[in-house]
Design a protein around this ligand. Structure first.
Ligand code: ADP
Ligand code: MG
Length: 365
């Protein structure tokens, strides 16, 4: 069902995206693929559908839950790996026996994270061997991989670079905070283990107007509900083309049976999700909260660097360092709250504009 708010897994529930799926299908034949797009554009759905379609040794790690956390440690990482390994077929799981730090008890895999801990490179090496033996590619998916930049006390880039260079595994990194994924992987940083490695880049853009409306029309048709064309148009003008918001709208409509109510409900949920994500963003940037709120407010309808400088200086009554200001703007663009086009910064999504337009969301800022 198109209006199911969970990530889609069944190919028949995935609307459009032939091009992205086909690029991804190519990507997984290579060592490294980045799947990037803002939140709720449909990255997890694309991966999950591909996991159903492509026979491979899939290892899928969902890192979204670390969004609100300040950091993760080796134990968190091994727990996520353990969870993922426990979903592979039983007979393959048994083949993990013998890797240091791995216990297969009955059918359950346990990974050690303390003394005698499992090494990610050993694990990847074994997965590569199992894949080769089975004639399947081992594909490791790190969904919302930018969270891994908060991994403390362990540099995951070394085993990943080792896998890239020596093993038959494919790595797929998804990310909603596009700039943060680059910051984590440091592909352009000469001192970094993954420096200079080639990768396949797949981006997942919002639907353009026609597709968005067709998505809604198809979703309603599927459940036999008739909705007026101008309501579909109105839904698009208010929500834009991000599949996640369109899906919520459809889902809400089916409950409310009223366009206006469904739209209001979607916007109010959307705005609260965005504000929660913004608070997560701020949680690791203590001290600069009011400046970040101020920037978002100035940039709601688009802004230039100098507009922001003027606004912050007017608010604080002191001069702000140019480098510091650029850094704040860069952090907001890297986290995909703002996008930069030419010299203009603007909210990455209509819902982000709505969230920062409304003074109620600004709290004491
Ligand atoms: P992301 O991982 O990029 O945040 P999700 O895959 O979780 O996005 O998708 C967000 C929401 O939008 C989910 O409810 C999902 O079912 C829906 N969705 C996204 N893309 C599509 C699509 N192409 N067809 C149908 N539903 C989609
Ligand atoms: Mg996702």
């Amino acid at each position: 069902m198109l209006f199911d708010p969970k990530p889609k897994e069944d190919p028949k529930d995935l609307f459009d995206r032939e091009e992205e799926i086909s690029k991804l299908r190519t990507g997984i034949k290579y060592p490294l693929t980045l799947l990037l797009g803002i939140r709720r554009s449909g990255k997890s759905s694309l991966i999950k559908v591909l996991m159903k379609e492509e026979d491979a040794l899939w290892i899928y790690l969902d890192l979204r839950k670390y969004e609100g956390k300040l950091y993760l440690n080796y134990r968190d990482l091994t727990q996520e790996l353990e969870k993922a390994l426990n979903t592979i077929p039983d007979k393959l799981r048994k083949l993990l026996n013998g890797v240091k730090g791995v216990n297969v008890m009955g059918l359950e895999v346990k990974l050690k994270w303390g003394r005698g801990k499992v090494e990610v490179s050993d694990l990847l090496e074994r997965l590569s061997e199992i894949g080769e033996r089975e004639g399947k590619r081992a594909i490791i998916v790190l969904d919302e991989s930018q969270e891994l930049r908060k991994l403390k006390g362990y540099n995951l880039l070394y085993p990943l670079a080792y896998a890239y260079d020596n093993l038959k595994v494919s790595l797929v990194f998804t990310g909603s905070e596009v700039g943060m994924v680059y910051r984590f992987l440091k592909l352009n940083d000469a001192g970094s283990p993954l420096f200079g490695r080639a990768f396949v880049n797949v981006t997942v853009p919002p639907f353009p107007r026609d597709k968005a409306i067709e998505f809604l029309r198809r979703g309603f048709e599927e459940v036999g509900v008739r909705v007026k064309d101008d309501e579909l148009e109105d839904a698009y003008s208010n929500l834009g083309g991000i599949p996640g918001w369109l899906t919520y709208y459809g889902f809400n409509y089916l409950q409310e049976r009223d366009h206006r109510k469904a739209l209001d409900k979607t916007i109010s949920l959307g705005v609260s999700l965005i504000m929660e994500e913004f608070r997560n963003f701020l949680s690791i940037r203590r001290g600069a909260e009011s400046r970040y709120y101020a920037i978002m407010r100035v940039c709601v309808k688009g802004c230039r660097w100098s507009d922001v400088k003027r606004a912050i200086e007017a608010k604080e009554g002191v001069e702000i360092d140019d480098k510091r200001l650029s850094e704040l703007l860069q952090n907001l663009t890297d986290a995909s709250f703002l996008i930069k086009e030419n010299d203009e910064y603007k909210p990455a999504d209509i819902m982000i504009s709505k969230a920062f337009e409304s003074p109620i969301n600004m709290g004491s800022y």
